[in-house]
Design a protein around this ligand. Structure first.
Ligand code: TMP
Length: 385
């Protein structure tokens, strides 16, 4: 049974950037979060239909930061090292091909429901199915391509209405002895960093290793290994094989000690989220000068809408993504401009909408003399270098 522990209020679709003409018809929903006592899975109580989110002009490019480009190159290299250069890979949620491009065109097949990206990777020469991941698609892909040694999926399974159904479909396309490698933001890091901004419509579920393990078992898999990743502010890379066998997973013990299987842990998290909001508003209202935000992220959409932060506190947002520039952020309607358009001479503070890229941003903005503001692991002001 799902028990509610957090209410982040009225929220827009996080990756839906708007023109002024769109304001009147903007869609909102209530972002409430619950914990399932049986599977230990954290999920949004009101889920948005995938077709409403993963649209054909979806704006988020996985290769929009060098951090993520390097990450996917490393992931591909790891897979080739473990499984050999001839490994046959199916990627679910291939976005702009940032992972795929590290493989031979005849070795990797992809699934990507956003047609803008599917067209891009098809043109690059990688067979890409522009559909949502389902058991019937799995059967079709298997029929047309045979089964796969590895299924890789990064930041995608937690986007699906049912993670369990996604695993069951993956079971169908993997060879016996095949491996599922999935990456998703880590619930452990969310709790540790009070990173409530990982909660938005595109993440109907936030997975812990504990819930992942329970769902994998139910779908006929066993978790073989897991590694912690730095990306997206803390993620897991989980390896799972078909069948029922035992592997010692240290992360599961760590989560048990931290209480990720207990509802009371999430209730305490909700209290910290409430405090984070008060502190962040206090900082933004108190600093004076001109504050802007770096990265028009889905995460910052949750923060701004939950904390009621609009253009009276954040003058504008800079973002490298062409599709976001010239538009307004969801819900609170802060203007988004390119970095080139922005002049930081009169900017005293930069809020880190993309806090997970702090290192990369500091490197790029060496000449900025003001301070950064972040809300993780708690709201505070950081020096620029
Ligand atoms: P993400 O946190 O979901 O990966 O989104 C990162 C967003 O931040 C994406 O829109 C690109 C943007 N961004 C910049 O505009 N400049 C940067 O230097 C970095 C690292 C990201």
């Amino acid at each position: 049974m799902m028990k509610k522990f957090l209410d982040l209020g009225r929220q827009p679709i996080a990756n839906a950037y708007l023109t002024k003409e769109d304001f009147a018809n903007e869609f909102f929903y209530n972002l409430e979060v619950g914990f399932d006592e049986e599977t230990k899975l954290v999920s949004l109580i009101n889920q948005i239909k995938p077709e409403k989110m993963f649209v054909d002009d979806y704006p988020y490019h996985s290769s929009s930061s060098s951090t993520m480009k390097n990450h996917f190159k490393e992931a591909a290299q790891t897979i080739k090292t473990i499984f050999g250069n001839d490994v046959r890979v199916l990627e679910i949620g291939s976005n702009d091909g940032v992972f795929l491009k590290n493989f031979d065109k005849n070795k990797a097949v992809a699934v990507e429901p956003c047609k803008n990206f599917a067209q891009m990777t098809n043109e690059m020469g990688y067979r890409t199915y522009d559909e949502f991941w389902t058991e019937s698609l799995a059967e079709k892909i298997c029929g047309e391509n045979g089964s796969f040694d590895v299924v890789y999926s990064a930041n995608c399974l937690c986007h699906m209405p049912s993670v369990f159904d996604a695993y069951k479909a993956i079971f169908k396309v993997l060879k016996s002895g095949g491996t599922l490698i999935s990456e998703c933001p880590s619930m452990f890091s969310v709790l540790k960093n009070t990173a409530y901004d990982q909660l938005y419509n595109e993440h109907p579920h936030l997975l812990s290793l504990t819930s992942t393990n329970n769902l994998l078992k139910e779908a006929g898999f066993s978790m073989i290994n897991s590694t912690d990743l730095e990306c997206h502010g803390g993620s897991y890379r989980v390896f799972a094989g078909k069948g029922n066998y035992f592997a010692q997973i240290d992360g599961l013990d760590k989560e048990k000690l931290a209480g990720l299987h207990e509802f009371s842990t999430y209730e305490r998290f909700a209290q910290k989220v409430e405090k984070s909001k008060t502190l962040l508003r206090g900082i933004l209202e108190g600093v004076g000068g001109k504050t802007i935000s770096y990265g028009a992220t889905a995460k910052s959409s949750t923060v701004f809408n939950y904390c009621g932060i609009d253009s009276s506190l954040i003058s504008y947002i800079v973002d490298t993504t062409k599709e976001k520039q010239g538009k307004f952020s969801p819900g609170v309607h802060i203007p988004i401009i390119s970095r080139e358009e922005a002049n930081f001479d009169d900017v005293s503070h930069i809020f880190l909408g993309a806090w997970n890229y702090l290192k990369e941003i500091r490197e790029k903005e060496k000449t900025f003399n003001g301070n950064f503001i972040t809300h993780v692991p708690f709201p505070n002001i950081l020096p620029s270098a």
